[in-house]
Design a protein. Structure first.
Length: 122
């Protein structure tokens, strides 16, 4: 992650409890290293346990990801970054329309094709 990317991402991440005066121990790993590891995992499609040794241990990275996911921070992080990208492109931060492709939408039970039953030869 470049310094410019980190400058954008850092304010979007949660502030650890110990930095807000809520007590507890400082976290052992930098959020930047954790985010780099998650980006590597997504980009390369590796399994959690196959995380290279350059990153924090896989179980710590997964614990951070799980905590962020469970507190809906992953979705919020995505939505904020999407809004920034859209604003830079001169568009509204929030999308105003969606497209549903008929090839990928599920059929309702009433619209499912029925198999023709042949009674010839019976």
């Amino acid at each position: 992650m470049t310094d410019a990317e980190w400058a954008v991402a850092r304010p979007l991440l949660p502030v650890p409890g110990w930095m807000r005066g809520r007590g507890g121990q400082p976290e052992a790993y930098c959020h930047r290293a954790i985010l780099d590891a998650i980006r590597y995992l997504v980009d390369n499609g590796v399994k959690w346990r196959a995380m290279p040794a350059d990153f924090p241990p896989w179980d710590r990275v997964y614990a951070f990801f799980r905590r962020w996911r469970d507190h809906v921070l992953v979705r919020e992080f995505h939505d904020r970054l999407r809004g920034r990208v859209r604003q830079r492109a001169g568009r509204d931060a929030e999308p105003t329309a969606g497209v549903i492709d008929s090839q990928s939408s599920r059929r309702t039970p009433s619209s499912a094709p029925t198999a023709a039953v042949s009674t010839a030869g019976s």
